[in-house]
Design a protein around this ligand. Structure first.
Ligand code: 5CA
Length: 436
């Protein structure tokens, strides 16, 4: 992509309304713009990151055996009357009346709707286990939307719903999502710790929040430093017994302030780490909480009818953009992990008026693009200093700078955004390194 043809409205000044670094950088780097409190438009660069995160989440859901569907954002109130949550959900639910006076709502979550789909179609234990997920916008009329996309009112969530015949099978489905979450957050370049959690309005008694550590996180967290030694990139194949993996990850103490109790915490004080964290995922097992009132049942092997055992599993996809920036930035801007970066390489033409320099840049751009390397090519008239500052701000993993002085010696400069390391390479070597 040529920057001269792109829409990247970056800001030099720090926007006054943004209290935390990720919100400031998302505005400054031209990723989002606010429409109303807690409601954002995604500009081209931000949307690319959001889509990259979504893809990784999707790959790991599919790998874990979940099936993608897409449910609507607008729901009818009737199913929520059935589950009993229509009144319970209170003011966080955005209620809408259609032209016929029917009560509708903008979905804050989809337990009711998916349970309805399931009960209409699935009648036998033979069709289980089943896990259905979608990646769809939600609306919660948060009392205090803040920190940009971190606590929005409209936000993108991946929500999965599992259906099983027995509580034991239901826990296996829970374990599959638990492990998929470990892998997902690791692939996103994050260190997320699963912590025992309150279940709130979703319900149930088994639940974990996946928390990314960041000073600006909304919850205070307490955990055993033993988590440092665990590798979340667990390799799983069909039939792998997941229980030992989950046991390993849940045997160490980790709790948010909601349930942490200093008196009953057994971790040696030298081993207990205290910090702040951002909740990027939340998984629940709630048995028949919805299947019973909504009468979602299947026929078991001996002919009797049983309410299915359910779990639900959320990932805050849009929140993750902010969470990744909180975890990956420095004083000059964002430092994207390569897996989610909007472009891999920023190509800087340091002297656009120099024909040789422009010809070399055009050629590098063509070669890298032909090799499927995503390049954002700064072919604008801006000065070299401004170009470097802008590239640092938007945080692409590699910067390839081309200037007349280097070209005289046949070299260009490749900088790694994260380490800051620079090296001079021939043009061929630079292309080889970036396409390797
Ligand atoms: N139905 C269940 C799981 S599918 C559910 O709704 N869980 S949740 O309420 O915990 O939300 C799932 C994830 O969505 C959270 O872990 C969080 O990462 C994200 N999320 C929740 N509220 C917001 C919000 N206001 N802004 C941005 N992300 C949010």
């Amino acid at each position: 992509m040529r920057l001269s043809r792109y829409f990247l409205p970056t800001l030099k000044e720090t926007p006054a309304e943004a209290q935390i670094v990720s919100h400031r950088l998302m505005l400054r780097a031209g990723l989002i713009r606010q429409g109303a409190a807690g409601i954002y438009s995604w500009l081209p660069l931000g949307l690319k990151v959001l889509k990259n995160i979504e893809s990784i989440v999707r790959e790991e859901q599919n790998k874990a055996g979940a099936l993608e569907v897409l449910m609507p954002t607008i729901q009818s109130s009737e199913l929520w009357q059935e589950s009993g949550r229509y009144d319970d959900y209170g003011k966080e639910m955005l209620r809408i009346e259609d032209r016929h006076g029917r009560q509708m709502l903008y979905g804050p979550t989809n337990e009711e709707m998916i349970t309805d789909i399931f009960r209409r179609e699935v009648k036998s234990y033979k069709d289980l286990p089943m896990n259905l997920y979608h990646i769809q916008w939600k609306f919660r009329d948060e009392i205090r939307p803040r920190f940009g996309v971190m606590r929005g009112r409209e936000f993108l969530m991946k929500d999965a719903y599992s259906f099983d015949m027995t509580p034991e099978a239901g826990k296996q489905s829970y374990n599959a999502m638990f492990v998929a979450y470990l892998r997902t957050f690791a692939r996103l370049g994050l260190k997320a710790i699963p912590m025992r959690a309150d279940t709130g309005p979703i319900g149930g008694d088994l639940s974990h929040e996946f928390i990314v550590l960041a000073d600006t996180g909304e919850s205070e967290v307490f955990f055993d430093k033993a988590f440092d030694g665990l590798d979340p990139m667990v390799d799983v194949a069909d039939g792998t017994d997941l229980q030992p993996i989950v046991d390993e990850w849940t045997s160490h103490y980790a709790a948010t302030d909601e349930i942490h109790d200093a008196a009953s915490c057994t971790v040696d004080s030298n081993d207990l780490v205290t910090g702040r964290g951002i909740e990027v995922g939340h998984i629940f097992f709630f048995g028949d909480k919805y299947s019973k009132p909504m009468n979602a049942s299947v026929q078991g092997p001996d002919g009797d009818t049983v309410n299915v055992q359910m779990g639900s599993y959320g990932v805050g996809v849009s929140r993750l953009v902010g969470a990744i920036i909180e975890a990956c930035h420095d004083e000059n801007g964002i430092v994207w992990p390569e897996s989610v970066a909007p472009y891999k390489v920023g190509l800087l033409n340091l002297r656009k008026k120099d024909d040789e320099c422009t010809a070399a840049c055009d050629k590098l751009y063509a070669q890298l693009t032909a090799a499927s390397v995503e390049v954002l090519y700064d072919d604008t008239d801006a000065g070299a200093g401004a170009k470097f500052a802008n590239m640092d701000l938007i945080g692409l993993p590699w910067q390839l700078a081309v200037g007349p002085r280097g070209l005289k010696n046949g070299v260009v400069e490749l900088k790694n955004r994260k380490s800051g390391e620079r090296e001079e390479l021939s043009l061929e070597a630079a292309v080889a390194k970036l396409t390797a």
